[in-house]
Design a protein around this ligand. Sequence first.
Ligand SMILES: Nc1nc2c(c(=O)[nH]1)N[C@H]1C(S)=C(S)[C@@H](COP(=O)(O)OP(=O)(O)OC[C@H]3O[C@@H](n4cnc5c(=O)[nH]c(N)nc54)[C@H](O)[C@@H]3O)O[C@H]1N2
Ligand SMILES: Nc1nc2c(c(=O)[nH]1)N[C@H]1C(S)=C(S)[C@@H](COP(=O)(O)OP(=O)(O)OC[C@H]3O[C@@H](n4cnc5c(=O)[nH]c(N)nc54)[C@H](O)[C@@H]3O)O[C@H]1N2
Ligand code: SF4
Ligand SMILES: [Mo]
Length: 687
Amino acid sequence: MKKDTVCRLCSACCPVEVDIRDGRLIAAHRKSFLPPTQQLKCPKLQAAADITYSRKRLVTPLLRDRRNPSGGFRQVEWDEALDAVATRMQDVKRRHGAQSVAWLRGMAADWGAPWDYASRLMHAFGSPNVIGNGSVCHVAREMAHNFTYGAMTIPQIKDSRCIVIWGKNDRNTCPPAFEAILYARQRGARLIVIDPVRTALAEMADTWLQIKPGHDGLLAMAMIATIIEEELHDRDFVQNWCIGFDKLKRVAQNFSPETVAEELWLDAAAIRKIARHYATTAPACIVDGNGLDMQLQVFDATRAVCMLRALTGNLDRPGGDLIPQPVPTRDIQLKERLPSGLPPVTCDYPLFNGFHANWGLHAQSSLVDAILEKRPYPVRMLIVQSGNPAVTMTDTNRVRKALQSLECLVAIDLFATQTSRLADIVLPAAGCFEKTQLNRASLRHSLVILQNQIIDCVGNSWPDWKITFELGRRLGLEKEFPWKTVEEAIDFQLEPADLTTAQLQTHPQGIGTRQVAFAKYRESGFKTPSGKVELCSGRLDAHGYSSSPFEQGFGTPLSFADRRTTYPFIGISGERSSRYTHSQFRQIESLRQQEPEGYVDIHPYDARRLGISDNQLLKISTPKGSIHMKARISDIVHTGSVLIAWGWGEVDPTLSLNNLTDDTCRNPITATPSNRCFMCRVEKCGD
Ligand SMILES: Nc1nc2c(c(=O)[nH]1)N[C@H]1C(S)=C(S)[C@@H](COP(=O)(O)OP(=O)(O)OC[C@H]3O[C@@H](n4cnc5c(=O)[nH]c(N)nc54)[C@H](O)[C@@H]3O)O[C@H]1N2
Ligand SMILES: Nc1nc2c(c(=O)[nH]1)N[C@H]1C(S)=C(S)[C@@H](COP(=O)(O)OP(=O)(O)OC[C@H]3O[C@@H](n4cnc5c(=O)[nH]c(N)nc54)[C@H](O)[C@@H]3O)O[C@H]1N2
Ligand code: SF4
Ligand SMILES: [Mo]
């Protein structure tokens, strides 16, 4: 039997068709508009059965008594486990206030409906502290889009004539986008890739700019300077639909290609050339990615990139960058139930907290401040859902210390992780094929595709929605969680869209809630305070920030830059493998055989200089800590930089990239630390 659903083994959210035999998932295939010979295979999806039925899955709730150090976990029934979580929450609330309990969301939980359930529970309980990882993922970038033209755009790759890939590696991280690039290329589109690493996408590009890590803001400003100076901008659009052009023009004059090229490791002529290409080929789109995230300058760098779209008139144009039309949903978060005057722990980042109605709080680092430094008040109990902060959060030594100092840690996960091993209570979650939910991709723009449960839950695992609803009931919130099934909850949330789960289940290809339209601003303006594209933002000015990007100069994007004599290399947080999602799936044998370990890529020149040979064990260190990983000599990186494999900290903490990263220096608006690039030392082990 074949069944349709949406894969959530990573955040690409591919629609898939699944073969089911005797109720078991046998194999799964991505749906694609390309002919089968051209389609990209996803190794994670090919391993879907191995992942789903892995003997390492958590299949029963676990409880630990911290007072008995030798006692590990004890298997318990759901009733006992959920009663224990509820009792600990009530106890902490009674002694310290509800705000001392926080809920931390990882990537797998998504920012769609499942996010709303946790927020609803915590807000009704009385705590504002439901925190996601958007300060390092796309939310900081999304805020920059939002402050420039009111929403995060969607590049219209298939219809584009010029595609600029800026810090994104779609071949590994988003096959649907990669296939769209292939399709457009076959129709003659130019491909420009901006990446410090020669990725497979860079290999196939017409132009690859090997930018110095972390310096994207400088490049974007140099492109703006070129476009304005050479009068390549779309005068009509700028005049009618932008504010702050003169200010931006003045600021950009400080960043001419000739001034910044050397700092960027680029050639001024090459910068001018791609600025001209982008500005004079219509339509053109920019595909921005996580290469811009996790950078100290993420907000202004992304704003500058967004301004390129506006200056060239590519906004909301076919083949350009579409302003999405989100699916209308009911707000079920119950924010109004929070006591007034109770700040969240992320209160140092008010603009980031409030820029989007649904996204909630994402200044992840503030949670660690609250646990360890009691700023602005202590957090004493934490529920981690679908995240592995002991590996994935910045400065893992500090994070682990925080997790260990909690009164109570609860982990909701499919597998035992470095985080769940520190927990007091572990709740086994069902995987993506075992539950029905609406995810972010399905609510972001017009077309709603349901992630549908197609097999039974494995073992005694429960879907996240059921865990949240049942926990809510145990906290006395029966009225807030009246739904017996997730379908009822989704129907309630989708009522404004006039859609039901039953309809979605009979339309596996999705239901469009409205016709895709372009140039919508002509009727309704942009969703910014001025109704225009803000090349200069009064809101930022009022809060004491640069109203145009980099008004106060660029600064340094690299942590530990002041100690570069001791830490002379730029470490780049390395490629996301198509076989793994962050810290996930290393325990799946079929995937591990394909890629047994991670490497540090080092340029042949640097390797020769340091006497390093292929496969030699290296020690990489920063003032925060060190890791040990084998060398791979490769010219995909620039001299002076090393690319460090990401996500291996789950296998062994001595491989954890975030042992090296720094959380003391953060973007003042989005709390983003520099996980992406930092100064480090590279030595042969034993030296
Ligand atoms: N240095 C450095 N740091 C980074 C990054 C980087 O590239 N470099 N990337 C950053 C980014 S962009 C992100 S998004 C974060 C990711 O950070 P995390 O979200 O912490 O990353 P994962 O390792 O994917 O952890 C997800 C966990 O959820 C579990 N899980 C999977 N599906 C489900 C489910 O349906 N329900 C439940 N309850 N659990 C589930 C998995 O088993 C896994 O343990 O890391 C960030 N940190
Ligand atoms: N297979 C797989 N797919 C995933 C994930 C996964 O872990 N595995 N994670 C999911 C998640 S949560 C996210 S956020 C997305 C992220 O997906 P992407 O946005 O594609 O992010 P990355 O692959 O981390 O990095 C993109 C590119 O940025 C480059 N880069 C590094 N530093 C810089 C820089 O300073 N400037 C520029 N311009 N580029 C730089 C890297 O070399 C890389 O090629 O992927 C999602 N999809
Ligand atoms: S890229 Fe692979 S793992 Fe990610 S959603 Fe698509 S099929 Fe699933
Ligand atoms: Mo992410």
